[in-house]
Design a protein around this ligand. Sequence first.
Ligand code: 5GP
Ligand code: ZN
Length: 130
Amino acid sequence: MFEYINFYKVHLFFIFMTEDCIFCKIAQGKIPEELIYESDNFIAFPDANPNVKGHTLIIPRKHYVNMMDMPATLGRELMDAIKSVADIKLKQGAEGFNIIQNNFPAAGQVVMHAHIHLLPRKKGDGFKSI
Ligand code: 5GP
Ligand code: ZN
């Protein structure tokens, strides 16, 4: 009995989390975004408030809160997504790129759906990374 209650609690929590999540809405096509890249488990689209030209977000289609929540089995596909987006940006004239990933509010995470920032760079663009 107790296991059933816990099972439903976990599922209800998941449903409420995803209903309010802006990135889930983007992944489900409820909010239109220009998709730069898509694969079975990931999509990439422009950041609404770009820190540099071409600032792109790579997100899992499924709701994971942050990197700690994501299964390691997605690692290979995630690496493919990052390299594919970087390849597009380099072909469009970027001379380099940063990948930034914030986990938990203390580290600057605002949207609680795991995502990777890919920032195309040019020499002298003035962006201060680490
Ligand atoms: P965080 O600080 O959580 O790592 O970054 C969240 C990022 O998501 C921010 O750079 C912000 O500009 C971006 N963002 C927030 N809401 C939206 C949205 O609805 N659409 C897009 N394209 N980007 C968003
Ligand atoms: Zn979500």
